[in-house]
Design a protein around this ligand. Structure first.
Ligand SMILES: Nc1ncnc2c1ncn2[C@@H]1O[C@H](COP(=O)(O)OP(=O)(O)OP(=O)(O)O)[C@@H](O)[C@H]1O
Length: 459
């Protein structure tokens, strides 16, 4: 089986290490790219062990999974996924999450450092498999992320009798009556609807997880719907678990109310993004030049896989259509596409059928595809996309999540911002200040130098 093939449980493949990627075709270029990728991932495997031994790394831990109080079935699931040691967030959060009486948790750790396993193992540990009723609900901001989380639940719970169900659009038939699954993963609108219609009986629910919690609680985002789900649960019996790589100040105090008396694991501002992601920018002349530069980057974008973020859906579609017409293979994904199309686009990208995905903020958070070694901010993320006002400030949190689609679990990755005028340049400068990480200029008029700089950054 190729490393990126679907397995029977869905799209999670525990052996999905990039070094096992087979060349996609016999073409010289593709073979060369695959070789580059193999070299890269070999380095990754070597440095992963080093990083897990370095106390300053978010992947470091002094403990083993055995010491974290997990059941035998779950340990078997973890090892079958190829995890050998916990990461820092797993080591610190799991003992607190599993302790009795259950205590709420607000947990923060950088993108790609293993937060999913921490909350999935908690849900699986708290469920009584002999009771056929919903006991743990997990909410995520997009159907793509909900589906990914589910693939982790089924992989980690492979040696248990867990039953699962989705609460995402167009998954259940309209006349569905009762869900007997113990763990339900979904988006807040559909989850609240299913609870209201009593398809989900909440009387046995004891865990509520919000992944990407700052986004899920933000009143400019999904806050209302998430609160509705919480208010439908039996008061006083639910452990509330909030995880994210970012918790901006305006959400933090609300998070404290949403998950009262929580144990907290927090990051300092300068720790917000991982060091493995090297950040660049390119000075483009104007909007049209941005497109030309993107096209000139195509061979670099396809060394591994890459995600191009645009501000608007129509930009994503327009660029994708133009590149396709010019003979390049790219896919585009955004919230205006229907559910089944979204599923097949993200699955195709996960399987490596498409190497370049042009998208919007819909998949800025949580999506974990190890082969993605490049992220391009074709448009910088702006607050206006969040608060629907004419707010030209850069959206720092979304920026951190977007670039975090690469550099997963100790891997190397690069991000490139396109700036094309004074306004966008100033926005980028604000991002640089807020994150405390240098963003380095790459010349746009020397393709060879551009390639050399980027390849060096990925070494
Ligand atoms: N202990 C571990 N050992 C090896 N790999 C791990 C371990 N824990 C997690 N991983 C892998 O690391 C990758 C990133 O994990 P995950 O998606 O949970 O990150 P995250 O912290 O939720 O990131 P984000 O903030 O972007 O959502 C996944 O591919 C996961 O399988």
């Amino acid at each position: 089986m190729s490393a990126v093939e679907k397995d029977e449980d869905g799209f999670y493949n525990p052996e999905a290490k990039p070094e096992e990627n087979e060349p996609a075709s016999a073409e010289d270029k593709a073979a060369e790219s695959a070789t580059d990728l193999m070299k890269n991932s070999f380095d990754v495997m070597v440095t992963l062990a080093d990083q897990q031994a370095n106390p300053d790394s978010p992947l470091f831990s002094v403990k083993t999974f055995e010491e974290l109080g997990l059941s035998k079935d779950l340990l078997q699931g973890i090892y079958a996924m190829g995890f050998s040691k916990p990461s820092k967030i797993q080591e610190r959060a799991l003992p607190l999450l599993l302790a009795n009486p259950p205590t709420n948790m607000i947990g923060q750790s950088q993108s790609g450092t293993g937060k999913t396993a921490a909350f999935v193992l908690t849900m699986l540990s708290r469920v009584d498999f002999s009771i056929h009723k919903p006991q743990a609900l997990c909410l995520a901001p997009s159907r793509e992320l909900a589906r990914q989380i589910m693939s982790v639940v089924t992989a980690m719970g492979k040696f248990t009798n867990v039953q699962t169900e989705y609460a995402i659009k167009e998954n259940l038939p309209r006349n569905a009556t009762t869900i007997t699954a113990q763990i339900i993963v979904g988006t807040p609108g559909t989850m609240t609807d299913l609870i209201r219609r009593r398809v989900i009986d909440v009387r046995e629910v004891k865990v509520l997880v919000l992944d990407e919690a700052d986004n899920m609680l933000d009143q400019d985002g999904l806050g209302d719907q998430t609160l509705r789900v919480k208010n439908q649960l039996p008061p006083g019996q639910v452990q509330i678990i909030l995880f994210s790589a970012t918790f901006p100040d305006h959400v933090r105090s609300y998070a404290d109310k949403f998950a009262p008396r929580a144990n907290k694991i927090e990051l300092r501002k300068e720790e917000l993004s991982v060091d493995g992601i090297r950040q660049f920018y390119m000075d483009c002349k104007n909007e049209e030049h941005k497109y030309d530069i993107l096209v000139s980057l195509y061979s670099l974008l396809t060394i591994g896989q890459s995600i191009i973020f645009c501000q608007h859906r129509h930009t994503a579609d327009r660029i994708a259509a133009r590149m396709t017409a010019e003979g390049h293979k790219v896919a585009s994904l955004h919230g205006a596409k229907d559910a089944s199309e979204r599923d097949s686009i993200i699955d195709g990208f996960r399987e490596g059928k498409d190497k370049v995905l042009i998208t919007t903020n819909v998949i800025a958070r949580g999506i974990d595809i190890l082969q993605v070694n490049m992220v391009v901010n074709y448009d910088l993320p702006l607050m206006s996309e969040r608060n629907k006002l004419s707010d030209e400030r850069p959206d720092i949190e979304t920026y951190i999540h977007r670039i975090g689609r690469t550099g997963r679990f100790g891997r190397k990755g690069i991000s490139i911002n396109f700036v094309h005028d004074k306004r966008t340049w100033l926005q980028m400068e604000q991002i640089e200040k807020a994150t405390g990480k240098k963003i380095i200029r790459i010349e746009t008029n020397d393709i060879d130098e551009m390639e050399a700089t980027m390849k060096k950054a990925l070494k």
